[in-house]
Design a protein around this ligand. Structure first.
Ligand SMILES: [Zn+2]
Length: 413
C-alpha cells in the first residue's frame, strides 16, 4: 500500500491549479497576474517541476511497495522515447518591421548595448527593401527541418488599429499578403497553427470564437490551441472563454519575465477551476522557457545564455520523463535587433533534440497525454497478460511496460 495524505493532494492541486494566482487581485501594467503572486516563485521553487517530481516519487514508492510483484506502467511517450520536447513560435511581427527595429535600437541604447546596437543598424540598413521577416522564418524552418522538428505557431488574428499598434498588441492583418504567405508556408511544412489571442480577448471573451473562425478560414484547417499574446490571461475566466470557443488546449501558463514551471509540471494537465474545485475540460500545456524572458526583463542580452537556461530546463524535464515547451519568436533576427539569435536557436534545437526526446506539435503531445491518461485494464487474461485499452484515440501506438521500462503488451485503441 502507498499512502498519499490529503494535505499533500491539496498542495498539489493548489500548485498545479495556480490557486494563489486565481485568488489575487494584483495586476501588472499589462493586466497580468505578476509572477511574484505565484506560490512557487514565493518559495523559490519555480525552476523545478516539483509536481512532476512528486509523481516520479509516487511511482518509485509503488514499485518499492510491490516488492517482487509485477508493476505495469504506460509508456511515457511515442516511439519508445522517454521524454518530449515541443518548439513553439508566437508570430508577433509581420508588417512594419523597421518600426520594431527602431524600438529595439532604443532599448539597446538604453541598456548600453552599443555593440549590438551597431550590428543591428548595419543589418537593418542592408535589409532595407528586402523581406527580413520572411527570411528569418525561412531560416528558422530550415533549422527545424535539419533536426526533424515540427513546430507549433501562434498567429494573431484580429484587425489592427492605431491603438492596438501603439500597445504592441495587433500590428498586422492576418489576411495581408505577407501574413497569409507565412501561414501558407507553415501549413505546407506540416506545422500546427494555433491562435495567439489578442489583448481584447481577455476582456471580451466572445472574441475567441471570432478570431478562431477567422484563423481557420485562413489556415484551411481546424485550430485546437491558443496562447495569449504577452501571456495576458485572467485566471479562470479566460480559460472558460477559450473552452466556449471550442478550443481544446491553452499554452499560456508560463512566466513572461523568468524561465521555469508556473504550474510545477513538465506535462499536459487539465485546466483547473479553483472556484468550483474541478477540471473544466480544457487542457493546459505550460511553457517553461521563452527566448526573451531573460532579455526583456532581466537585462541578459547574450543569446547563448538564454540557450544555456533552456537546455538546463530541458534536462529537468528529461529527469521526470516530462515535456519541455519552449517559445522562440521568429522576429529574433539581426535586422530586427537580435544579432546572433538565429545561431543560438540552432544551438538550442541541436541541444534539445540531441537528448533524444519525442518531438511533436502541441496538438500531438496533448492528444498523446490525454489518450495515455485514458488507459484502462479490461481484464487480466488467464495467462496473466493484461488486456489494456484507451477510451480516446492516441496519435501513436501506446504500450505497457514494466518497472525497468521494458515494453510489455500493446494497448488496444
Ligand atoms: Zn505575442
Amino acid at each position: 500500500m502507498v499512502r498519499v495524505s490529503r494535505a499533500a493532494l491539496r498542495q498539489i492541486t493548489a500548485v498545479a491549479g495556480a490557486a494563489a494566482e486565481h485568488r489575487t487581485a494584483a495586476r501588472d501594467r499589462h493586466g497580468r497576474v505578476p509572477s511574484a503572486e505565484n506560490a512557487l516563485v514565493r518559495h523559490g521553487l519555480d525552476a523545478e517541476p516539483i509536481v512532476s517530481r512528486a509523481a516520479t516519487r509516487l511511482r518509485a514508492a509503488v514499485i518499492a511497495s510491490a516488492g517482487r510483484r509485477r508493476v505495469v506502467l504506460a509508456t511515457p511517450w511515442p516511439d519508445g522515447k522517454r521524454w518530449a520536447a515541443a518548439f513553439t513560435h508566437d508570430l508577433d511581427v509581420v508588417a512594419y518591421w523597421p518600426l520594431f527595429t527602431l524600438l529595439r535600437l532604443a532599448e539597446l541604447a538604453r541598456k548600453g548595448q552599443l555593440g549590438r546596437w551597431g550590428r543591428t543598424l548595419g543589418s537593418a540598413l542592408a535589409a532595407t527593401g528586402r523581406d527580413p521577416v520572411g527570411q528569418g522564418i525561412r531560416t528558422l524552418l530550415e533549422t527545424e527541418r535539419q533536426h526533424g522538428v515540427l513546430s507549433t505557431w501562434f498567429v494573431l488574428c484580429g484587425t489592427p488599429t492605431l491603438a492596438t499598434m501603439r500597445a504592441g498588441d495587433l500590428t498586422y492583418r492576418p489576411e495581408s499578403p505577407a501574413a497569409a504567405a507565412i501561414v501558407r508556408s507553415l501549413v505546407e511544412r506540416g506545422c500546427e497553427i494555433g491562435l495567439h489571442g489578442s489583448f481584447a480577448t481577455s476582456d471580451r471573451p466572445d472574441l475567441f470564437r471570432e478570431q478562431r473562425a477567422r484563423l481557420e478560414r485562413l489556415a484551411g484547417r481546424p485550430v485546437a490551441g491558443v496562447r495569449q499574446h504577452f501571456l495576458r490571461i485572467r485566471p479562470g475566466a479566460t480559460h472558460h472563454a477559450m473552452l466556449a470557443a471550442g478550443l481544446r488546449y491553452d499554452a499560456t501558463a508560463g512566466f513572461p519575465d523568468r524561465n521555469g514551471f508556473r504550474l510545477g509540471v513538465a506535462d499536459v494537465i487539465p485546466a483547473w477551476d479553483a472556484g468550483g474545485e474541478r477540471p473544466i475540460g480544457l487542457e493546459e500545456v505550460p511553457l517553461c522557457w521563452m527566448d526573451r524572458a531573460l532579455s526583456k526583463y532581466r537585462g541578459v542580452e547574450d543569446p547563448e545564455r538564454w540557450v544555456a537556461a533552456g537546455l538546463a530546463l530541458a534536462r529537468a524535464c528529461r529527469d521526470v520523463e516530462g515535456l519541455w515547451v519552449g517559445v522562440w519568436h521568429p522576429n529574433l533576427t539581426a535586422p530586427l535587433g537580435f544579432p546572433g539569435a538565429p545561431a543560438a536557436f540552432d544551438e538550442l534545437v541541436r541541444g534539445v533534440t540531441g537528448d533524444a526526446p519525442f518531438v511533436g506539435t502541441l496538438g500531438a503531445v496533448v492528444r498523446w497525454r490525454v489518450a495515455r491518461r485514458s488507459v484502462r485494464i479490461r481484464r487480466v487474461a488467464p495467462d496473466g497478460r493484461l488486456e489494456a485499452y484507451t477510451a480516446l484515440p492516441a496519435p501513436a501506438p501506446l504500450a505497457l511496460e514494466d518497472a525497468a521500462g521494458r515494453t510489455l503488451e500493446p494497448v488496444q485503441a
